[in-house]
Design a binder for this molecule. Structure first.
Ligand SMILES: [Zn+2]
Length: 151
């Protein structure tokens, strides 16, 4: 009985700590691009994940920059893109200041979520198993990105 009470108490505390943070984070998110599809909104604002191997950007090999589909913020250079074999567009590094991160525990895993520093929209997760010298693998939903080739 006492143990159960302690457990409930601890859970209440974690909600007190996590909930305000979630509210603050939610307040930074805003839809800027009015032409986003329902699928894009689900990923960008509800931290959804697109089906692997569905993004046309997997085959994109031109030089240029990848921008946030919501606000247009410049996020990645084509120089950092690589084929990770995971089925999602992958990058070894982001442009400076492009993203902010938070730790998420969805699916019982501790992962580092990242979102656009300008509009707060979710883009993907970053892992420490990248093949290049940065050691990073930014695993990005293709639907969150707009590619603009260099001219
Ligand atoms: Zn953005």
């Amino acid at each position: 009985m006492r143990r159960k009470f302690l457990k409930v108490l601890l859970n209440s505390f974690s909600i007190l700590i996590i909930y305000p943070y979630t509210l603050i984070y939610a307040a930074t998110k805003k839809i800027i691009n009015k032409n986003l599809t329902e699928e894009q909104k689900e990923i960008l604002f509800n931290e959804g994940t697109e089906k692997p191997f569905t993004s046309a950007l997997l085959q994109e090999n031109r030089k240029g920059f990848y921008h946030c589909a919501n606000c247009g913020n410049k996020l990645f250079s084509s120089e950092a893109k690589f084929d990770s074999g995971t089925g999602w567009p992958s990058f070894s590094e982001a442009l400076p200041g492009a993203f902010k991160t938070k730790i998420d525990y969805a699916f019982g895993m501790k992962r580092t979520e990242y979102h656009c520093a300008k509009c707060g929209a979710h883009h993907g997760h970053v892992f420490n198993d990248g093949p290049s010298e940065t050691g990073k693998r930014f695993c990005n939903n293709g639907l969150c990105l707009i590619f603009k080739p260099s001219t």
